[in-house]
Ligand binder design. Structure first.
Ligand SMILES: Cc1cc2nc3c(=O)[nH]c(=O)nc-3n(C[C@H](O)[C@H](O)[C@H](O)COP(=O)(O)O)c2cc1C
Length: 178
């Protein structure tokens, strides 16, 4: 059994992307999933002066250690002003500074998903991360945006139709780890 780290690029306690991550994690059958909340790994805005004076925050070193244990990732990407939220970019920036030569996603398989309240489902942010994260070591297995978040849930549970949308990508991820 391999280990998949799943997280949303959000620090909101009501994050809809975190809710999506939690629902989709339950669909993984063959492997262990560890769901992470970035709010538990808060860090100041990255700056070279801050890094030189204070070093990498312990919250980021902890996250880096968790990433070391992972065989794959599922990442949900919210959209702020057409791109990924600052908290996700900041976390990636800090993670890239922990150990020289170690890429954030470790050349492991990654599924990127996204959602927003509106019909485009954070598609612009999703497109952006799918384009740039291969250079940060993400082997992109697939990506999918869930437009109109509320339409995918009934009584807090993901609908069967929505599960079917993501199923082929999750199967591909699970099979890549077999
Ligand atoms: C500063 C800000 C900018 C936003 N910009 C966008 C945007 O460009 N596109 C979009 O679809 N939603 C945008 N939204 C709405 C987010 O999709 C919505 O807040 C969503 O809940 C964020 O995901 P999260 O709950 O997982 O953090 C924005 C929200 C905020 C607070």
């Amino acid at each position: 059994m391999k280990k998949i780290i799943a997280f949303a690029g959000s620090n909101s306690k009501n994050s809809i992307n975190q809710r999506l991550i939690e629902a989709i994690s339950k669909l993984i059958g063959q492997h262990e999933v560890e769901v992470i909340n970035l709010a538990n790994h808060a860090a100041p805005v990255y700056g070279i002066d801050h890094e030189i004076e204070y070093g990498v925050p312990d919250s980021i070193k902890d996250l880096f250690s968790i990433f070391n244990t992972s065989d794959a990732f599922i990442v949900a990407v919210p959209e702020h002003n057409g791109s990924m939220p600052a908290v996700l970019k900041n976390t990636i920036d800090w993670l890239s500074r922990v150990e020289s030569g170690v890429k954030v996603f470790r050349e492991k398989p990654v599924v990127f998903i996204s959602t927003s309240p509106g019909p485009r489902g954070a598609q612009s942010a999703l497109n952006h991360v799918v384009e740039i994260m291969p250079y940060r070591g993400a082997v992109v297995v697939g990506s999918l945006s869930f437009g109109s978040f509320d339409s995918h849930f009934v009584d807090g549970e993901m609908t069967a139709e929505s599960e079917l949308l993501i199923r082929p990508i999750l199967d591909k991820l699970e099979n890549s780890l077999a």
